[in-house]
Design a binder for this molecule. Structure first.
Ligand code: ADP
Length: 395
C-alpha cells in the first residue's frame, strides 16, 4: 500500500512516499520557497537527486506538481494507488493524544488552535486542504507533534500561574517533536528488548527538546507552551527568566514582537557565538579557539545536562539515554561533552564508538560497564507518520 507522509511548512512542503507495511521509501522530495520568488523543488529517487525550478504560488500548486511527478517518475499509474496521506500537524492542543483520520471537524479544530501555533497550523491545514482537493479518495491522517506528550500528568504540564490562565486560555506545557520522541523511544525499546523501561530522549537539532519516557509514555518534556522553552537551541534562547522581556522593552523601547523575534531567531547558539545557529559552523570556530563559540557550546551542554539530570531523577533511574536529530546524530564532540558531565552518574563514554557513530548510523556509544548505556538513534518522523497512517487505514 502506498502512503505519502507530508510535512507542510509556511513556505515549504516535504514529502516521502512509502510502500507499507514494508516501510520502504519509494520517492521523496521537498518543495521550497512556496509563495516566494525563485521557488524550486527537489526529487530523490533510486539514490539520484534532481532539482527543478517551478512557479509555486501556494501549496496547491506544489501538490499539483508533486502528483504529476509521481506519475512521471513511474511511481504511480493513477491517483487511486495513493491510499493514505499522513500530515505532520504541529499543534493538536490537548484535543489529540494520537494521530487521527482528518474530517471537517479535525480541520476546524486544528484551525481554531492556530492561536497556539500561528506560523505552523495554518500552513499544515493549507497542505491538508490541497491534498483533499487533489487526491479526494485517499484517507488523510493528522499526526500531531504534541500528541505523544499528552500523557504528561497535570503536575508536570501546569505552570504555577493563576488557574484561570489554563482553564480559560489553555496556558500549559504541550511539548513538541512528539513524532521523533515516539519513534526513538519505540526503537530503543526494541533494541533493549524491553517493553517496560525508562528512557531519556535528547532530540538535538536546530530546534531541540528532551523527554522522559516511561514504558512508552511521555511523562515530561523540555519544550513548553511553545517550542521556545527548554534547552538552548540554534537560534532560540530556551528557558529564560521572563522578567528579562519587560526589562528589555523598557530599556530599549523595543516592542513585544521585536523581543519575541530576537528570542526566537537571534538567540541561542547564534546569539552567544555570534557565528551561526549551525553547530557545524560553531565547531569550526571552536577548532580555532574562538571564545564565543566555545561559550555557546558550554551553555548548550549545560542546558542539556540539566534536563538529563532532572529526568534521571524524575524517572528514578534510566535504562538508556538516546541522542537524535542533526546535532545528536552527527556531533561526537557535543555528545562527548554531555556524557563527560554525566560521569558522576557512572556514565562512561566509548570514545571510538562515539567518533564513528555519525551520518545515519545507529548504535551504542558508551562502554559496557557504563551505568547507563547511551545510544545514537537516527530519528525518522516521516516513517512514524506513515506507520500511524497505515495503522488507521488498516483498522
Ligand atoms: P531541524 O529539523 O530542527 O531543522 P535538524 O535535526 O535537521 O534540525 O538538525 C539541523 C542541525 O544539525 C544543523 O543546524 C546543525 O547544527 C546540526 N548538524 C548537522 N550535521 C552536523 C554535523 N556533521 N556536525 C555537527 N552538527 C551538525
Amino acid at each position: 500500500m502506498k502512503i505519502l507522509a507530508v510535512n507542510a511548512g509556511s513556505s515549504s512542503l516535504k514529502f516521502q512516499m512509502f510502500e507499507m507495511p514494508e516501510e520502504q521509501v519509494i520517492i521523496k522530495g521537498t518543495f521550497e520557497r512556496i509563495g516566494l520568488n525563485d521557488s524550486f523543488y527537489t526529487i530523490n529517487i533510486d539514490g539520484a537527486k534532481e532539482k527543478k525550478e517551478a512557479l509555486l504560488a501556494n501549496h496547491e500548486e506544489a501538490v499539483n506538481i508533486l502528483i504529476k511527478e509521481l506519475v512521471n517518475y513511474g511511481v504511480i499509474k493513477s491517483l487511486a494507488e495513493i491510499k493514505g496521506i499522513g500530515h505532520r500537524i504541529v499543534h493538536g492542543g490537548d484535543k489529540y493524544s494520537s494521530s487521527v483520520v482528518i474530517d471537517d471537524e479535525v480541520i476546524n479544530t486544528v484551525t481554531n488552535l492556530s492561536s497556539l501555533a500561528p506560523l505552523h497550523n495554518p500552513a499544515n491545514i493549507s497542505g491538508v486542504k490541497s491534498f483533499i482537493k487533489m487526491v479526494p479518495d485517499a484517507i488523510e491522517v493528522g499526526c500531531f507533534d504534541t500528541a505523544f506528550h499528552q500523557t504528561m500528568d497535570e503536575e508536570r504540564f501546569l505552570y504555577a500561574v493563576p488557574n484561570e490562565w489554563y482553564e480559560k486560555y489553555n496556558v500549559r506545557k504541550y511539548g513538541f517533536h512528539g513524532l521523533s520522541h515516539k519513534y526513538v523511544s519505540k526503537r530503543i525499546s526494541e533494541i533493549l528488548d524491553k517493553k517496560y523501561c525508562n528512557i531519556i530522549v535528547c532530540h538535538l537539532g536546530n530546534g531541540g527538546s528532551i523527554s522522559a519516557v516511561r514504558d512508552g509514555h511521555c511523562i515530561d518534556t523540555s519544550m513548553g507552551f511553545t517550542p521556545n522553552a527548554g534547552i538552548v537551541m540554534g537560534s532560540r534562547s530556551g528557558d529564560i527568566d521572563y522578567s528579562i522581556i519587560p526589562y528589555m522593552m523598557k530599556k530599549t523601547g523595543m516592542t513585544i514582537d521585536e523581543i519575541d523575534k530576537i528570542l526566537n531567531k537571534q538567540s541561542g547558539m547564534l546569539g552567544i557565538s555570534e557565528v551561526s545557529s549551525d553547530f557545524r559552523d560553531i565547531e569550526a570556530k571552536i577548532s580555532v579557539k574562538d571564545k564565543k563559540a566555545i561559550m555557546a557550546h558550554y551553555l548548550f551542554v549545560n542546558s542539556v545536562v540539566g534536563y538529563i539530570a532532572k529526568y534521571y531523577v524524575e524517572l528514578g533511574g534510566v535504562d538508556a539515554i538516546c541522542f537524535t536529530a542533526g546535532v545528536g546524530e552527527n556531533s561526537p564532540h557535543v555528545r562527548n561533552m554531555i556524557i563527560k558531565r554525566l560521569a558522576c552518574l557512572g556514565l562512561k563514554l566509548d570514545y571510538e564508538a562515539n567518533d564513528n557513530m555519525r551520518f545515519g548510523k545507529e548504535g551504542v556509544i558508551t562502554k559496557e560497564d557504563s551505568s547507563v548505556p547511551c545510544y545514537v538513534i537516527p530519528t525518522n518522523e516521516e516513517l512514524m507518520i506513515a506507520r500511524d497512517t497505515y495503522e488507521l487505514i488498516e483498522k
